[in-house]
Design a protein around this ligand. Structure first.
Ligand code: AP5
Ligand code: MG
Length: 223
C-alpha cells in the first residue's frame, strides 16, 4: 500500500504515520525527518536546507523531489507512507511522474488522507512538542506524555524541542502551508482515476484520529 498523509504543521502527520506504518507494515518516509538527519550529518543537502527550515519556508522542490525519489526507491514491496511530501503541486506532479517507472509494476498512490486542523490548535501542539533525536518518536508535554518525563519510551534518549517550534517560526510555517501546500489537497481530490481521498478531522485526540484513519484504510485493504 502506498499512502500520503497531508496536513498543516502540527496536524499530527508524524504521530499518525508511525501508527499507520506499524499497523500495515509500511515504511514511514518523513521529508522533515530526512532533512533533519541530513543536517545532523552535515551533508551538502543538509546545509542547503538549513536556512529555509529555520525560517519556516519550503526547501526548493528540486532538492526535495530528488531526495524523496531516492528514499521511495528503497521502500519494501509492502509500500510506504509519505509524511510532509508532496508539499507543492509541482512536487505532486513530479511524484506522479516518478512512480510508474519502477520496474514496470503499478506503483501508483493508493490513498491520500488529509488531516484537517484549526490554526489555533496547531500553535498549542507545536509549542508543547518534544521529539526523540534518535528514532523520531513524537510526544507532547500535556497531550502525549512519555512514560518517564523527558525520555523516549522506545530507546530512553533525551527528548528535544525542535528549533523551528518557536511561536514566530510556527506562524511562518502556517503561512507557508496556506499559501503553497493547501493546493495539494485539490490536486488529489480533483484527480480523475486518482487515489482514494479521505478528509480526517485532526482536531480530536490522537486515538480518535487513528480510529478514523484505520477505518478508512482497513476498508481499502479489504476491498
Ligand atoms: P516537517 O518536519 O514535515 O514539519 P511540519 O509539516 O511543519 O509538520 P510537523 O512535523 O511540525 O508536524 P506533524 O504534522 O508531523 O505533527 P506531529 O505528529 O509532530 O518539515 C519541517 C521543515 O522541513 C519545513 O518547514 C520545510 O522547511 C522542510 N520541508 C519538509 N518537507 C518539505 C517538502 N516536501 N518540501 C519543501 N520543504 C520541506 O504532532 C505535533 C505535536 O502535537 C506533537 O507534540 C504531538 O505529540 C502532538 N499531537 C499529535 N496529534 C495530536 C492529537 N490528535 N491531539 C493532541 N496532540 C497531538
Ligand atoms: Mg512531522
Amino acid at each position: 500500500m502506498r499512502i500520503i498523509l497531508l496536513g498543516a504543521p502540527g496536524a499530527g502527520k508524524g504521530t499518525q504515520c508511525k501508527r499507520i506504518a506499524e499497523r500495515y507494515g509500511l515504511l514511514h518516509l518523513s521529508s522533515g525527518d530526512i532533512l533533519r538527519q541530513e543536517r545532523a550529518a552535515g551533508t551538502k543537502l543538509g546545509k542547503k536546507a538549513q536556512n529555509y527550515m529555520d525560517s519556516g519556508a519550503l526547501v526548493p522542490d528540486k532538492l526535495i523531489v530528488e531526495m524523496m525519489a531516492g528514499a521511495i526507491s528503497k521502500a519494501p514491496a509492502a509500500g510506504f507512507v509519505l509524511d510532509g511530501f508532496p508539499r507543492t503541486v509541482n512536487q505532486a506532479v513530479e511524484l506522479d511522474k516518478s512512480l510508474p517507472a519502477r520496474e514496470g509494476e503499478d506503483q501508483r498512490i493508493d490513498a491520500v488522507l488529509s488531516l484537517e486542523i484549526d490554526d489555533r490548535v496547531v500553535v498549542e501542539r507545536m509549542t508543547g512538542r518534544r521529539s526523540c533525536p534518535k528514532c523520531g518518536a513524537v510526544y507532547h508535554i500535556e497531550n502525549l506524555k512519555p512514560k518517564v518525563e523527558g525520555r523516549c519510551d522506545r530507546d530512553g534518549a533525551e527528548l528535544v524541542q525542535r528549533p523551528d517550534d518557536s511561536l514566530e517560526v510556527v506562524q511562518n510555517r502556517l503561512k507557508t502551508y496556506h499559501q503553497q501546500t493547501k493546493a495539494v489537497i485539490n490536486y488529489y481530490k480533483n484527480s480523475p482515476a486518482g487515489p482514494a481521498f479521505y478528509h480526517i478531522d485532526a482536531n480530536r485526540e490522537a486515538d480518535k484520529v487513528s480510529d478514523s484513519i484505520f477505518e478508512s484504510l482497513d476498508a481499502l485493504v479489504s476491498a
